[in-house]
Design a protein around this ligand. Structure first.
Ligand SMILES: [Zn+2]
Length: 54
């Protein structure tokens, strides 16, 4: 699948960014989440996007 469409690319990138990751169990959570959906931990961090510039 090729992603040449800039709009779709931006959309996809935004969706990837729009997540939080639990520091305890590593599961991804919704951006609005304050607690982990799996282990209920509050130890969440925003998903990193560095290293993948394209
Ligand atoms: Zn967790």
């Amino acid at each position: 699948m090729s992603l040449r469409d800039p709009f779709k690319l931006e959309l996809a990138r935004r969706h990837l960014v729009n997540k939080t990751v639990c520091r305890s169990c590593g599961v991804t959570n919704p951006p609005k989440a304050t607690k982990c959906r799996k282990c209920r931990s509050k130890n969440l961090r925003p998903k990193k996007t560095k290293g993948r510039a394209r």
